[in-house]
Design a binder for this molecule. Structure first.
Ligand code: BGC
Length: 910
């Protein structure tokens, strides 16, 4: 039996999809093997509804048979089209070049979900009458709050199961947020479900296997629904206090009970359900939550609970139209980490201040011994001011305060359910007589549960902290959509922040499904004239124009850039072809308005190199540079999709804009309009200059860095290109210098000030000026974390190869640096696990790598072939050339584990 084996099985980009949007899903897996040179020569897939059979390779839905192929990334199901409401299992086995197949992989489940609207009998139900936003507070002071945020509605019904069920599946979603309960047990471990979409067009439903929660006889099903993105406060549109999508949170739920005789009974949301308010007096993303435990209703979701005083619900059709019901393409939002709260000191108010040691998105779990009516107030902030008090000014209109009123029933536990905050510090106002020992506080971090795919560690503490800050900023902002920040009254899916960070994001975590979901939001938000929007989902609307904000250059260009990166990282041409028409409409939107190939029209807010320091970059230059980039990418995408004439059109367009760019923005002496670091970075990285001018542009970039005393000045758009371009022009020394800088402006500066996430601004806080303007000063914005891609691709040397997408070929070009000391990196690619670890051993660099089976590594080392040995043997076959007066050696290695030693000329730092 070969030791080649399939790992990381996925179906439609997910390990175990709960609902499909196609009857022909695509399967994929990575490979692992001991020994070198293993290759897959064939595979066999089986799909069936009996897990035990599938585990033995017997599938009653599809049996592919032994299929000669080395393909592992996207194999499309070829059995009879899958029907709705199935729970299936699948497994795969592979052959290498020997005749023996691997063992069948452990079966993975996949739920087909309800693929057609006609599969749904359930009706949208909600409380009959909810208070319209912004009107007078209700008489009932228990629910009174200064923000007219609404109480969460409890809904329930009972049903009789006429016998034991062999399978029970709950399909559920909400306009707003929901928690589902069956016979008193919470269903699933998701939070903030169903997630954020444009609820006027699309709602994601979840599917849950609840077989173990249902018994014969009387059962009860219930749900709590909150406001969330649907009717709560979102973004900085204070003109409409919530209600961005609608005013009445609603539930849609359909439970399928399959009995032993194969018959299926459906229990659905309909007018027979009843509703009541409860202990969640209000819960709003920006305002916070008040939970009054005195209003608890023990047993409300258990059969036999007396709900006679509850009201009937209304079944209705959502306005302005019935949204499409989509199965989840991404991992749900889950609680992903628990952080202990360390008591610091008392605030002036006497409240107790706690530090969770990490800035994150989530909430606090409070467990307390308290008396009835005792009230705890929890205030949240990212940072403390000079007096050790919470600094909350940068939250703007976001209030971020939770309240818990105790029932006095002994040890009580409170954690919000329908709100979250971006914070590191907690200020807890305690009821009279409650002391520190009477309670505990735990920080709970939440995120879309995208699996970790990268590990990166170095011998340099500052760089390790930077790596951690980048990851935690991603963790804190990948929450159903990739947001700019998690703390203030914004938290929006800004597309430029995402596009500059996307390559980094994909190293840290598997974001394939996450992007597939967000692309639905992006195309749902695309305007009739083809404009992508600055943010997706595109509500809250621009407060001044009450319309979606069309995308500025760099922002609206984001979808093309991310689609292409998704293809390079995961080899997924499926997403490219699905979104291609939308991408084309954007290109037409730009092209149609700018006949002279200089991008001056349809640039909207044209933010340019947002939040750069030093001289500002020429925004039209930046916009036109991005036009060349997206035209180039569209030409490549057209080639992948076999659209040769489109390829010709887009290549031609790229040439035309490139020519116009040179005429308009590049002077004889190579100076580029604006003469900023970003100008040269974009010109070099987007290949905008004739070969003759590249060297002078490179030199000018170095001059600009020297003039800034070796410091960066780039904003959101320039930062991503800094280290990659400096490396590509043979100045990795400058890249490492920027990386290791600790004075302002630099990544290291914020770390020296105690940052545990990436700051929105280089000068978010400085000893000289204190805090930047509270109008816009987030301490958790991932855009500047875009340097992360260089840490993986160049410092560690694990990179994709565009000619063999999906990490079928891995480009390994590590940049050794004594200041870093050593690097240990692993990346779980779609094809398997890639490893790269280097360290110094005197005057020798020891570099160990692991290349997944079926893959090939293209190695490039800035050194002469004679100094290189593989597993102790001198390098046999290689090519070498002098690049930037440095000898560079290239060679290739097949899959396996290798130790490469590079002996440095005596006493040379390297
Ligand atoms: C957001 C950024 C965004 C920028 C565009 C800011 O308010 O926080 O993420 O890119 O606006 O202007």
């Amino acid at each position: 039996m070969t030791n080649l084996k399939p790992i990381d099985l996925r179906c439609e980009l997910l390990a175990a999809p709960k609902g499909l949007n196609t009857p022909y899903p695509r399967f994929g897996w990575g490979l692992s093997a001991e020994g070198n040179g293993a290759r897959q020569s064939a595979y066999e897939i089986c799909v069936g509804d009996e897990e035990a059979d599938v585990a033995r390779g017997i599938g009653n839905y599809w049996q592919s048979g032994q299929t000669a192929s080395s393909e592992t990334l996207f194999i499309t199901y070829a059995g009879n089209p899958l029907q709705s409401d199935l729970t299936l299992y699948w497994s795969v086995r592979v052959w290498d070049e020997t005749s023996e197949p691997s063992a069948w992989s452990a079966p993975l489940s996949l739920m087909t979900g309800l693929m057609a609207r006609s599969d749904w009998d359930a009706e949208w139900i909600a409380r009959y009458f909810v208070l319209p936003a912004g009107r007078e507070a209700p008489a009932d002071d228990l629910y009174d709050n200064p923000w007219q945020a609404r109480p969460a509605d409890y809904l329930r019904r009972e049903f009789d199961a006429r016998g034991p069920v062999v399978r029970a599946t709950a399909y559920v979603t909400a306009l707003g947020l929901y928690e589902l309960y069956l016979n008193g047990t919470r269903v699933g471990d998701e939070v903030m479900a169903p997630g954020w979409t444009d609820y006027h067009q699309r709602v994601i439903y979840q599917a849950h296997d609840v077989t173990d929660l249902i018994g014969a006889g009387q059962n009860a099903i219930g749900a709590i629904i909150g406001e969330g993105w649907y009717s709560g406060r979102v973004g900085h549109n204070q003109r409409r206090a919530g209600n961005h999508y609608g005013g009445r949170p609603a539930l849609l739920c359909q439970l399928h009970l399959t009995y032993a005789d194969g018959s299926v009974e459906r229990v659905v949301t309909d007018p027979s359900w009843r509703t009541s308010r409860g202990p969640v007096c209000y819960s709003d993303f920006l305002m916070g939550e008040h939970y009054d435990a005195r209003l608890d209703m023990p047993g409300w979701a258990i059969a036999g609970f007396d709900d006679t005083r509850w009201q009937p619900v209304e079944a209705f059709s959502p306005e302005p139209r019935e949204p499409a019901l989509s199965a989840a393409k991404s991992q749900p939002v889950r609680e992903v980490a628990r952080l202990d709260g360390r008591y610091l000191h008392r605030a002036k108010s006497g409240a107790a201040i706690f530090d969770f040691g990490q800035n994150f998105a989530g909430y606090v779990e409070l467990t307390a011994q308290a008396r009835r009516n005792d009230r705890f107030t929890l205030r949240h902030a990212e940072i403390l001011d000079g007096d050790g008090e919470l600094y909350m000014a940068n939250l703007r209109h976001a209030v971020c305060v939770d309240h818990f009123t105790a029932a006095g029933t002994g040890s009580e536990r409170f954690k919000p359910r329908f709100t979250f905050h971006g914070f590191r510090y907690l200020e807890l106002t305690l009821p009279e007589g409650v002391v520190l020992d009477d309670f505990t506080v735990t920080g709970i971090a939440i995120q879309s549960d995208t699996p970790q795919s990268g590990q990166l560690e170095t011998g340099n503490a500052l760089v390790n902290q930077l790596i951690s800050n980048i990851e935690w900023s991603q963790r804190g902002n990948f929450l159903s959509v990739p947001t700019d920040c998690p703390q203030r009254d914004e938290r929006l899916g800004w597309s430029a922040d995402a596009q500059v960070f996307w390559r980094t994001a994909g190293y840290n975590m598997d974001v394939a499904g996450f992007l597939a979901k967000w692309f639905d939001d992006i195309t749902d938000a695309q305007l009739p004239d083809g404009a992508f929007t600055d943010i997706a989902p595109s509500r809250p609307l621009n407060p001044y124009k009450q319309s979606a904000q069309p995308g500025a250059p760099g922002w609206g260009d984001g979808p093309i850039i991310m689609a292409w990166q998704h293809y390079l990282r995961y080899g997924d041409a499926g997403l490219l072809s699905a979104v291609y028409p939308a991408l084309q409409r954007w290109m037409t939107h730009i092209g149609g308005a700018n006949p002279d190939f200089i991008r001056t029209q349809n640039v909207y807010n044209n933010y340019g190199d947002w939040l750069s320091v030093g001289p500002a970059s020429d925004r039209t230059m930046v916009a036109t540079a991005y036009w060349v980039l997206v035209a180039d990418l569209m030409a490549k995408i057209a080639t992948v999709l076999g659209k040769d004439s489109d390829h010709a059109d887009y290549s031609g367009l790229a040439q035309d804009v490139r020519r116009a760019f040179r005429t308009a923005f590049v002077a004889e002496d190579g100076r580029i309009s604006g003469d900023t670091q970003t100008a040269y970075l974009l010109a070099l990285d987007f290949d905008l200059l004739p070969a003759t001018q590249r060297a002078s542009a490179a030199a000018r970039l170095i001059d600009k860095l020297d003039a800034a005393n070796g410091h960066l000045q780039t904003g959101f758009l320039g930062v991503k290109h800094l280290c990659p371009v400096l490396t590509n022009i043979g100045r990795a020394d400058y890249a490492y210098r920027l990386l290791l800088n600790e004075s302002y402006p630099s990544w290291g500066f914020s770390i020296q000030q105690g940052a545990t996430t990436i700051w929105e601004r280089w000068d978010g806080w400085t000893p000289e000026r204190g805090f930047q303007s509270a109008n816009m000063n987030s301490f958790n914005h991932y855009a500047y974390g875009a340097v992360g891609e260089w840490l993986y691709a160049r410092m560690a040397g694990i990179d994709w190869e565009a000619s063999a997408p999906g990490f079928r070929t891995i480009r390994m070009r590590p940049l050794f640096e004594r200041e870093i000391g050593w690097v240990k990196a692993a990346y779980r690619a779609a094809t398997g696990v890639v490893e790269s670890a280097w360290r110094y051993d005197g005057d020798t660099i020891i570099w160990s790598i692991a290349v997944p089976p079926n893959c090939r590594a293209e190695i490039e080392l800035a050194d002469g072939p004679d100094n290189i040995a593989i597993d102790g043997l001198p390098l046999a076959i290689s090519t070498s050339e002098h690049l930037f007066d440095q000898q560079t050696t290239r060679f290739a290695l097949d899959s396996g584990r290798f130790t490469i030693s590079i002996s440095l000329p005596q006493g040379i730092a390297a």
